[in-house]
Design a protein around this ligand. Structure first.
Ligand code: SAM
Length: 259
């Protein structure tokens, strides 16, 4: 319980201990911006992982919607993830070839984006787009309803007016999803925004069932070695059409580690 003595009265708030408790002394995050990260935004993601205890593992798949300049993608690449960064804006990632993960940058609208079938279900959906909470709710409904991902971290930008009212439909929807564990929190590194973290613990609707793409890869593929420093990125066509036969989409910049 938290109590605030204010002019004209006393405000009390009651909450579950794990919702209010901070893992950091005095609630101050000790996280520092990692070297090479293009923005402080990655600290939000790192903090959400600390708080939820759910972190991406090596070779896990990540779709990062609204990825530019690339802080969240960078955090996942450091962990060896396969990242598809979706944003019409440019990424400002330097020396990405020295990171153990694998990056594809897709210049596309994150709201219309559909994950590639070979990635389903995606291990992580990340979304940090400058869109209203109602639009973000539509995105969550689509991804959860289609069984496209196992876990997510989604940042909701708060409107100037009635921020709590704007969040209520999101809470209501998430509370009604069977098999979903989730938390909504204004993190230390959040500004006028809150972060929603979720994990689907029940069966997924997708044809692939509850078995993650990474689980399947772990069973079927040989362990990957870290790519040598100095390997370079490769850019596909920029025509606005899918490049024939390769399965690549327009505007993709891909860097793959050598097997
Ligand atoms: C707050 S920034 C994201 C910062 C990023 N998470 C990072 O760590 O560097 C918001 C980004 O969302 C992108 N964005 C906004 N609407 C979008 C949409 N519909 N589709 C894709 N990207 C979008 C913007 O271009 C902008 O780069």
């Amino acid at each position: 319980m938290q109590c605030f003595l204010v002019q004209g009265g006393l405000w009390c708030a009651v909450s579950q201990p794990d919702e209010l408790a901070s893992p950091f002394p005095c609630g101050v995050s000790p996280l520092r911006q990692p070297e090479g990260a293009p923005s402080r935004s990655a600290l939000k993601l790192e903090e959400s992982w600390l708080l939820s205890g759910w972190r991406p593992g090596v070779r896990e798949t990540v779709i990062d919607l609204g990825a530019a300049p690339g802080g969240w993608s960078h955090a996942c690449l450091r962990r060896g993830c396969r990242v598809m960064a979706v944003d019409n804006a440019s990424l400002r990632l330097q020396h990405v070839e020295e990171l153990p993960g694998e990056l594809t940058h897709l210049r596309a609208d994150g709201l219309r984006f559909r994950p590639p079938a070979s990635w389903l279900p995606v291990d992580w959906l990340l979304a940090d787009m400058l869109i209203p909470p109602g639009v973000c709710l539509g995105l969550l409904k689509k991804w959860i309803g289609n069984g496209w991902m196992r876990r997510f971290v989604v940042n909701l930008k708060l409107p100037q007016r009635e921020p709590l009212a704007a969040l209520a439909p999101v809470r209501e929807y998430l509370a009604g999803v069977p098999g979903l564990r989730w938390r909504m929190r204004q993190l230390y590194h959040d500004r006028r925004e809150v972060t929603v973290m979720g994990a689907i613990t029940g069966g997924l609707k997708s044809p692939a069932g509850g078995d993650s793409a990474a689980d399947k890869r772990r069973r079927t593929s040989k362990p990957k070695r870290r790519p040598p420093a100095g390997s370079t990125g490769k850019r596909s066509g920029d025509t606005g059409k899918r490049s024939g036969g390769t399965g690549k989409r327009s505007g993709e910049i891909t860097r793959k580690p050598k097997a």
